[in-house]
Design a protein around this ligand. Structure first.
Ligand code: BEZ
Length: 255
């Protein structure tokens, strides 16, 4: 999927804002080597660099990286697929103390490949600190879109581009690649949006728009369904919500 990096920063900056607490968990030290996997527009990597960390930002999306390079010229950014072990090794350019990943792993269908690639670049004692959508993430948003598809005569059962694992699946995956799980948390994070449910789908759910011809009519059908599922406060001064479920991970390569 290709991203609209400007709209992403303007209306979905909460992704970076929530990432601040992930940085606390990472507790980066000056001089450490850290790879930011799925760095997007590079805000987190920029913050790490400001703290004296030797950081490389990795993302598969060229539009995101273009913004990242413009806004954080002192940081090295590399375009690479995080599921590809040799590409990630090349991007890391040597073992790293830590891999940080915020809201990116759920875009990688081969999560086993991604975790294996991460394990392959961590130094002994190095850590992975990650947050991603967990099982049940955006269940109501997705249900609203599927219902709207049925409303306009489209197949509701189109696949999405996301993989939202359970804590158990993630633990098994980490352990399979020799990482020791130090923290695994699942929690709800209902998140207010600066757009409607349909606006969220336009940004993140293009697979769910397959076959849609009347974009405006469909957006209105999505919002009607989402409102019915409790994703909007109001009417009047309206706030729309994403029903996010987070899976937060810290795992370490034994030293
Ligand atoms: C998430 O951060 O949970 C997410 C974002 C976009 C699409 C799906 C999930």
């Amino acid at each position: 999927m290709l991203w609209d990096a400007t709209d992403y920063d303007a209306r979905f900056s909460f992704v970076t804002a929530y990432g601040a607490s992930l940085l606390d968990l990472l507790d980066p030290q000056p001089g450490e080597r850290v790879l930011d996997l799925g760095c997007g527009t590079g805000h987190q990597a920029g913050e790490l660099a400001r703290r004296g960390v030797a950081v490389v930002g990795v993302d598969a999306d060229p539009a995101m990286l273009e913004v990242a390079r413009r806004e954080h010229p002192a940081v090295r950014f590399v375009q690479a697929d995080g599921q590809d072990a040799s590409a990630l090794r090349e991007a890391a350019d040597g073992p790293v103390d830590a891999v940080l990943s915020n809201a990116a792993l759920h875009w990688m269908p081969d999560q086993d490949g991604a975790v294996g690639a991460v394990a392959g670049i961590l130094r002994p004692g190095g850590r992975l600190v990650a947050e991603l959508g967990g099982a049940g993430n955006v269940a109501r948003l997705t249900a609203a879109v599927r219902a709207a598809r049925a409303d306009v005569g489209l197949d509701p059962d189109v696949p999405t581009s996301w993989t939202f694992p359970t804590a158990g699946e993630m633990a098994a995956r980490l352990e399979r690649h020799g990482l020791r799980v130090e923290l695994l948390q699942t929690f709800d994070r209902p998140t207010p949006l600066r757009t409607t449910a349909a606006g969220w789908v336009r940004m993140f759910g293009s697979a769910l728009l397959d076959g849609v011809t009347d974009a405006e009519g469909f957006a209105s059908a999505v919002d009607t369904r989402a409102r019915g599922l409790g994703l909007a406060d109001g009417p009047g001064t309206e706030t729309w919500w994403a029903d996010y479920v987070r899976l937060r991970v810290m795992a370490r390569r034994p030293g």
